[in-house]
Write a protein that binds this ligand. Structure first.
Ligand code: DAH
Length: 343
């Protein structure tokens, strides 16, 4: 028995010397202490076969050896774990003497924001109030109040997103949802401009997106006529492009104006000669406009015999694309820094 215990101890210590990592240590543990067939376990079991003094003597010895081996095992385990932490610390060491110089990255304004701010400034200089409106709005302000009843075919070209369970709420398809609201808020006479984000249920491609920006201006006063309309639009566009612009009107249909027009601007690039940018026509389609429809004035609580108005609305996104020569509208909402960092 003595011999067996000596042998076990010797072998265990030798094995322990060779252990370099926890896994090896676990193997060693199995070899000597596993319940089924560990060498130490077997030795302990064989004690049962002894009797009397021999049992007592070797029992004591065996227990001492067992305890000794367990202590050695524990020590080795601690050592290995400490080394492991040390390795980790080494690999993550920080150079505390290194100066902390954060990389400076300045953001920049989105091209639509740049154009929006310019338009706001020009409008304010012309005496317009600049307002902001709700993107989620009632069907009433978005359509009904603008002389576009439920059954009207104009709803097709302005199809937008509705809120589940709330058929009377939609993402506004144009900023014209502000017309009646603004008259109700400020009364008359009125000069107000409202840029903002708009939505359409559109299949997207290089020139269509489901989300884009518009700009609209509304004037309510006595005896407003088409001459006023042309004059104000020319002034605003000239302020925006910082040079005199020439415009022309074509008849256009929008349910909330009467008469209604499409307005083209003489191409600023070729000055009307015809170029790639204007489809070789010399003119660029710029906005929709007209004199405010009597029904809209009535919806706002005004007497159309007393008050009249003009309104014009344009795609601010389109303007930004022209100004910065952006060839695909989808870049604008992409959040792609490679695109955004150019502005
Ligand atoms: N709301 C129209 C659109 O989204 C644009 C428009 C046309 C605005 C004529 C106006 C207007 O103020 O008079 O297509």
């Amino acid at each position: 028995m003595q011999e067996t215990l000596d042998k076990i101890k010797k072998e265990f210590i030798k094995g322990l010397d060779e252990v370099k990592e926890v896994l090896q240590l676990e193997e060693l543990e199995q070899k000597f202490f596993s319940r089924k067939s560990g060498e130490m376990t077997e030795a302990m079991k064989s004690l049962k076969k002894l009797s009397g003094d021999a049992k007592a003597e070797f029992g004591k010895l065996a227990n001492e050896v067992k305890k000794e081996l367990e202590d050695l095992y524990g020590k080795k385990k601690n050592e290995l774990e400490k080394n492991k932490m040390g390795d980790l610390a080494d690999s993550e060491s920080i150079d505390v003497t290194q100066p902390n110089l954060p990389k400076k990255e300045n953001g920049s304004l989105h091209p639509e924001t740049l154009v929006l701010r310019e338009m706001e400034e020009v409008s304010r200089n012309m005496g317009f109030i600049v307002e902001d409106g709700p993107e989620l709005d009632s069907d009433y302000f978005s359509f009904e109040a603008l002389n576009i009843p439920d059954s009207h075919p104009a709803r097709d070209s302005q199809d937008t997103f509705y809120i589940k369970g709330h058929p009377n709420w939609c993402m506004r398809p144009h900023v014209s949802n502000m017309q009646v609201r603004m008259i109700q808020k400020y009364g008359t006479p009125l000069r107000v401009a409202y840029p903002g984000r708009t939505f359409r249920n559109e299949a997207t491609d290089a020139s269509h997106d489901h989300t884009f920006y518009q700009f609209e201006a509304l004037v309510i006063d006595k005896d407003i006529n088409v001459g006023n309309l042309i004059g104000i639009i020319k002034e605003l566009l000239s302020g925006l492009y910082k040079k005199d612009v020439e415009v022309r009107l074509r008849p256009g249909y929008f349910p909330f104006v009467e008469p209604g027009f499409e307005m083209d601007m003489k191409c600023l690039i070729c000055e009307g000669q015809g170029c790639g940018a204007c489809g070789h026509s010399g003119w660029v389609e710029t906005l929709g406009c007209g004199l405010v429809h009597p029904k809209v004035l009535e919806a706002a609580g005004l007497d159309p015999k007393e008050w009249s108005g003009l309104a014009f609305g344009m795609g601010l996104t389109r303007l930004a694309m022209q100004k910065y020569r952006i060839e695909d509208i989808r870049h604008l909402q992409s959040g792609d820094l490679r695109f955004l960092k150019q502005f």
